[in-house]
Design a protein. Sequence first.
Length: 66
Amino acid sequence: MFVCICNAVTDREIKETIAAGASTMSDLQAQLGVATCCGCCSELASSFLAANQVQTTITAVINVQR
């Protein structure tokens, strides 16, 4: 699904960029151009970052409890 129409960026590209180490909106903007034109995609792009942070936290807690 296209998230950023202005720069033709898909949700898959955003997820791959986050998996490769992007952790801030600035990272996504620099690497993909997300939210650098009209900004309509910034909220959705930010939600992918937030979801990744939650997943990372859950994984860390599980690893500590083992």
